[in-house]
Design a protein around this ligand. Structure first.
Ligand SMILES: [Zn+2]
Length: 466
């Protein structure tokens, strides 16, 4: 037994076997990592040493191998995590629309259940202005470096300072890490990028989210970009380890449970584009999802390939907090991991607000994935088990017609709802006017372009008071 316990001690530091009172509500930590595609983690099959900490946390926890983000960009995806509903319902789908204020939010439900609620975020989209602060006792959005510099260390230190200094009540802590988001900067201590190449030095700068200036990038330059992205992931992984260790070392006498995910992935011309925002291919919507820490022993080490949505995190955390009365629908991911109850489908919405060809809906059942391109009224069908890179469209394959019909039927209502947004806008959406600082930050990140360039975003904004 002693040997088994020793093997369970985590590489992340603090001893795994902790003393806590199982009758107390657990501390809950939600860690979201910007722009982290699942397949760049070792836990999800990557062959480079980007993420030893997340690998260890995954081994000690529950891993969802087919988790879909609700959208391929930050604002709608994270709003779904915190509201438990899809983007077309919460309405945070453009640079000028925040979360529907009538919707309950995860932090509110936890606070109502007796939790202290703390957030440390690092991106203009996950800010008070877009509605994310609702329900938080402390909402710290002071740490941002945007395209220059790294923030993982400062975020970790701020989060731990808030956590350690807080009261005896159970704590819900949300930390949003940003470093894997472009631009990518070297962290040479991880030695994952070979180069620099002639064109790129220690930072790879994206002029626009589409990387229009980078279209003629060579394959060796692309390898270098992926390597620098991997170094950003490795640096973030290290600081997540420090966060987990700091929470465990706080020894509050409570269990500590961590939910770790990403807001969306990142494309490297997998399907002709760079960065993120419009498409709903796997490189953009397949994200890591790990629930770990002091979870029930019987589910440690469980992994499932059943498709799930990160929007189910809210219901799941409320279940872990043993808060039974709450307004969130959705399936508890622990039930899915235990094969007790699974969602029939998982879906993701490419939002029209990210560009004129951004209206897409993806739906997954088992290994099958259908993409409905609403603007072209075109379907693509993939088997992500045999074709994980989605290169072989089976929508015309005679043997796949039954699956095609089934998924077309299942996605129809969602496609209709997303299509309706174009003409009506989201009725209860909170219209916002960006303050000068956030507007400048989003412009610097490439999210605010000239109105003509982001035509359909202009449509979304046309309903906003000016
Ligand atoms: Zn993001």
């Amino acid at each position: 037994m002693a040997i088994a316990l020793a093997l369970l001690s985590g590489v992340v530091g603090g001893c795994w076997i902790r003393n806590f009172d199982a009758d107390l509500e657990p501390d809950l930590v939600l860690i979201s990592i910007d722009s982290l595609r699942a397949d760049h983690l070792q836990l999800y099959g990557h062959d480079r040493a980007t993420s030893p900490v997340l690998s260890q946390l995954g081994r000690e926890g529950v891993v969802f191998y087919q988790a879909l983000s609700s959208a391929p960009w930050t604002l709608p995806s994270m709003a779904s995590v915190h509201t438990g509903v899809p983007p077309h319902r919460h309405g945070a789908i453009s640079n000028s629309s925040g979360i529907d204020p009538s919707l309950p939010m995860l932090a509110e439900a936890l606070r109502d259940g007796g939790y202290r609620t703390l957030a440390v975020t690092s991106h203009a989209f996950v800010s008070e202005q877009f509605g994310f602060a609702r329900g938080f006792d402390v909402f710290d959005e002071s740490i941002r470096a945007d395209h220059t510099g790294s923030t993982s260390e400062a975020l970790t230190e701020a989060a731990l300072a808030h956590f350690v200094e807080d009261s005896d009540a159970p704590i819900f802590l949300w930390v949003h890490y940003f470093d894997p988001h472009y631009n990518y900067e070297r962290h040479p201590e991880y030695a994952l990028a070979e180069g620099p190449t002639g064109r790129f030095g220690d930072a790879i700068e994206f002029a626009t989210p589409d990387g229009r200036e980078l279209r003629d990038v060579s394959s060796s330059e692309l390898d270098y970009m992926r390597g620098v992205y991997d170094e950003e992931i490795a640096n973030t992984d290290h600081w997540i380890g420090q966060l987990v260790e700091g929470v465990r070392d706080a020894r509050r006498g409570r269990a500590a449970i961590f939910a770790i995910t990403a807001d969306h992935g990142e494309a490297f011309f997998d399907h002709g584009r760079l960065a993120h925002g419009r498409d709903v291919y796997q490189e953009l919507v397949r994200v890591p999802l790990i629930i770990t820490g002091d979870i029930d022993r019987t589910i440690r080490g469980v992994g499932t390939r059943r498709p799930v949505e990160t929007a189910a995190i809210a219901t799941t955390l409320l279940g872990l907090a043993k808060i039974e009365e709450h307004p969130f629908a959705g399936i508890d991911l622990i039930d899915t991991a235990m094969s007790r109850r699974s969602p029939p489908f998982a879906m993701s919405e490419g939002s029209y607000a990210r560009g004129p060809d951004g209206r897409k809906v993806a739906i997954m059942q088992g290994n099958w994935k259908l993409i409905h391109d609403l603007d072209r009224n075109r379907y693509e069908l993939y088997n992500v088990q045999t074709d994980p890179e989605e290169l072989n469209d089976l929508s015309k394959d005679p043997k796949s017609q039954a699956k095609l019909k089934l998924l077309q039927g299942a996605v129809a209502a969602r496609s209709q709802a997303v299509r309706a947004l174009r003409s009506k806008g989201a009725p209860k959406t909170r219209r916002i006017r960006l303050d000068a600082q956030n507007a400048e930050r989003l412009r610097a990140l490439g999210y605010l372009e000239s109105p003509s360039e982001d035509a359909s975003s202009g449509e979304a904004e046309s309903a906003a008071p000016r």
